[in-house]
Design a protein around this ligand. Structure first.
Ligand code: ADP
Length: 259
C-alpha cells in the first residue's frame, strides 16, 4: 500500500507535563477525590511539581478540598491561568462554575471542556499531572484513554462488594483502552474506634487485596475511615498537609509512586 499513514488526531499532551496519572473509581463516594487531593499534596511535599485536574465534571470537588474560591483567569481570552493551592497547580471545571450549579454536558461540549482544560491551561513544568476522573466508565475516560498519553491509572475502591464490582468495570475499561494500571487503593478499609481502639471493617474486608492479587498489580495503600481526613477535606486543607498517621500514609503512597 502506498501513501503515508495519517498521524492520529493531535493527542491531548500538555507541553511541559512529564507524566499524567488518572485516578478513577467504579462508583461515587468512595473517596476518589479525597485520595487525589491528598496524593497531590503528598507528592508536592516530596518535592515534585504537581498538577491536579479535576475532570469529575458532574461533581467537581477539588476547589472545596483545596479551599479555593478564586476563579481561574484568562487575561488574553485564550490561555487559562490555573489556580495554586498547597503547592499544587489546580484546574477544575468546578472553579469555572458558580458553586452549587449542576452541569449537564453533552458529549461534544464535554470533549471541548476536557481539551481546553488539558491544552489551554498554563500548567507550566510539571513532573506529574493527576487527573481526578468522574466515577464509572464514561466519555471522559474514553476520550482521555484514547487521546491523552496517560502514564497510567489508579483505581480507588472501598472494600464494599458493590464498590468493588463497579471498580472491576473501571479496571476493565482501562485495560481495553491499554492504559497501564499502576495499582489499586483501598479507601475506608477499616475503622479504629477512638474510644476502645477496636477495629471494625465497616465496608467489609479483603476484597480489594484479592482483586489486586488477581490482577497482579500493587495494592498501593490501605487507608482507614478517618475523621481528620473528612474534616480536613471539608475545611480545604487536605489531611496530608499536616503531621500524623494519615499524612504519613499519604507520604508513603507518594513514595511508592515516585519509585
Ligand atoms: P468520590 O470522589 O469518590 O465521590 P469523595 O472523595 O468526595 O469521594 O469522598 C466522599 C466523602 O467521604 C467525603 O465527605 C469525604 O470527606 C469522605 N471520605 C473520603 N475518604 C475518607 C476516609 N478515608 N475517611 C473518612 N472520610 C472519608
Amino acid at each position: 500500500m502506498g501513501g503515508h499513514m495519517k498521524p492520529q488526531a493531535e493527542p491531548m499532551r500538555p507541553e511541559g507535563v512529564k507524566a499524567m496519572i488518572a485516578i478513577g473509581s467504579g462508583k461515587g463516594g468512595v473517596g476518589k477525590s479525597t485520595v487525589s487531593s491528598n496524593l497531590a499534596v503528598a507528592l508536592a511535599r516530596a518535592g515534585k511539581r504537581v498538577g491536579l485536574l479535576d475532570a469529575d465534571i458532574h461533581g467537581p470537588s477539588q476547589p472545596r478540598m483545596f479551599g479555593v474560591t478564586k476563579r481561574p483567569a484568562s487575561p488574553d481570552g485564550k490561555r487559562i491561568e490555573p489556580l495554586h493551592a498547597h503547592g499544587v497547580t489546580l484546574m477544575s471545571v468546578g472553579a469555572m462554575l458558580p458553586e452549587g450549579k449542576a452541569v449537564i454536558w453533552r458529549g461534544p461540549m464535554l470533549m471541548g471542556a476536557l481539551q481546553q482544560m488539558l491544552m489551554q491551561v498554563n500548567w507550566g513544568e510539571l513532573d506529574v499531572l493527576l487527573i481526578d476522573l468522574p466515577p464509572g466508565t464514561g466519555d471522559v475516560q474514553l476520550t482521555l484513554g484514547q487521546k491523552a498519553p496517560l502514564t497510567g491509572a489508579i483505581v480507588v475502591s472501598t472494600p464494599q462488594d458493590v464498590a468493588l464490582i463497579d471498580a472491576q468495570k473501571a479496571l476493565d475499561a482501562f485495560g481495553t483502552l491499554k492504559v497501564p494500571l499502576l495499582g489499586l487503593i483501598e479507601n475506608m478499609a477499616v475503622f479504629t474506634c477512638p474510644h476502645c481502639g477496636k477495629d471494625s471493617h465497616i465496608f467489609g474486608h479483603g476484597g480489594v487485596v484479592a482483586e489486586a492479587e488477581r490482577l497482579g498489580v500493587p495494592l498501593l495503600a490501605q487507608l482507614p475511615i478517618d475523621l481528620d481526613t473528612r474534616l480536613a477535606g471539608d475545611a480545604g486543607t487536605p489531611v496530608a498537609l499536616g503531621e500524623g498517621p494519615m499524612a504519613e500514609a499519604y507520604a508513603g503512597l507518594a513514595e511508592r509512586l515516585i519509585r
